[in-house]
Design a protein around this ligand. Sequence first.
Ligand code: CU
Length: 330
Amino acid sequence: MRNPIGRLLDHHPSDLLLRVQAQPVQAQPLQGQPGMPEPGAEPLGEPVPWQLWHQTPATPVMERLENFHWLLLIIMVVICVFVVALMAYTVWRYHERRNPTPSRASHNTVLEVAWTVVPVLILVVIAIPSFRALYYMDRTPEVVDMTMKITGRQWYWDFEYPDQGGFQFSSYIVPDDQLPPGGRRLLEVDNRALVPVGATIRLIITAGDVLHAMAMPSLAIKRDAIPGRLNESWMRIDRPGVYYGQCSEICGTGHGYMPMVIEAVEPERFAAWVNERRADAGLEPVDVAAAVSPLTRSAPDVPPAQTAQVTPADPIQASGAAAGSVAGKE
Ligand SMILES: [Cu+2]
């Protein structure tokens, strides 16, 4: 059976032209890419059949969201069990046979205050961690290791690495008939975006034609990509691995066929990949430190040892302390 993109291109020659023009970097053969998930490997950063829960969290933001989800789930279960048990007891205890003369009480101040105050307290218990998580994910740490620009297009993604020399490339879905062994159907792409594991990365998200949305469930990223607007998010992937995402905004017939793959790798491999891309773009190679954390390169007045480990465990707390050392660079 023909894949949908192939059919699409057959019917729209202009799309084919667009695709060829928009691909500055030649697609690499997928089989040669290390880090392809093994067929039986523990699922990481991808959906699995009959999945009920989240994907394995890979960023501190997703860990917080999952903890928050647990809290909500426990509160919901306790409330549901309490209400059902109360109703069951009432039905049983106050049945006409057991309670032939019903009570005529219509007011009870203590009870009325309690059933107003208790729900308010429950909402406060929910609101506090909710706002904490919201601000934590909303605010990009002031000190980041690098920036990535991601542009949604009909129907592929462009990735740009301004800190690593500004090279960019396009990333297209791998059609079903070209999937390598172990390849994830409708999720695999020809050009993965590599990032260094453990690096704090600012994401700039936009679109080149219509509304798209970047959705990476295991990284807790879901941001609209809007033409003419820059949306911002951030991530720090703590485990090396391959993370799959998709467009999450109906953007045309190819909407379901524009996945994105972000692979978190060790700094050395990231630097080697950056230098391959730099070579394609006619740029000089850089060393590992400059490739992984360009702060080291752009701020000679800051001791490299200090900036190389600038990845804060808790960006909100660390950003205040670290801001002084990089003041004037932003
Ligand atoms: Cu889209």
